[in-house]
Design a protein. Structure first.
Length: 186
């Protein structure tokens, strides 16, 4: 029993500084290097064995390398998993969204039933104009008119600041009038 204790003491005395330099090169932190050397010595000599000082140093270095790599692996896994386990200490304030939802519901309630149905089917159910027309049993042109009126009315009610007519420019219509007509073919 005295043999392994003497081997450990001799290794720590003679090669302790070299082991610490090796550990520092692995981890790059002085305190972590001390911990790595100490943990490797404890693990290497936790059970009595018959090793020479040279064999023990190689064994301790291998333990330090394995412990360093294991720690890096576990930190990498922990960084990946920790956001999933992290519980938020605060609850975001939803009052702003509640106000917006209430405003949208109130504005939808002020639409005519057909306008409201078309708007809900188009923007909530994501149906095409043809699908809405089939659903309501009316023509596609009527659906387009209801959607246009609903859009204009919602913009006014929700304070968009711009109605459908204000957002359009009149330039294309004027350009069509000013354009000369092509010569008639004979």
């Amino acid at each position: 029993m005295a043999g392994w204790a003497q081997t450990m003491a001799a290794l720590a005395d003679r090669r302790g500084a070299a082991l610490k330099r090796y550990a520092f090169l692995l981890c790059g932190d002085d305190a972590e290097a001390d911990d790595l050397v100490q943990e490797a010595l404890v693990r290497a000599f936790a059970r009595p064995g018959h090793r020479t000082e040279d064999e023990a140093e190689g064994y301790v270095r291998r333990i330090m390398l394995n412990r360093f790599l294991d720690a890096k692996r576990s930190r990498r896994v922990w960084r990946r998993v920790s956001p999933l386990l992290h519980r938020k200490d605060y609850v975001p304030d939803a009052s702003g969204q509640v106000v917006v939802n209430t405003d949208v519901r109130a504005a939808l309630a002020r639409l005519s039933p057909r306008q409201r149905a078309c708007a809900v089917l188009r923007y909530y159910e994501d149906l095409t104009v043809a699908q809405i027309a089939a659903e309501l049993g009316c023509r596609e042109g009527s659906v387009k008119r209801y959607l246009s009126e609903a859009h204009q009315r919602l913009a006014e009610l929700l304070g968009d600041g711009e109605t459908a007519d204000e957002g359009r420019t009149k330039a294309p219509a004027r350009a069509a009038v000013a354009r000369p007509r092509p010569a008639a073919r004979k």
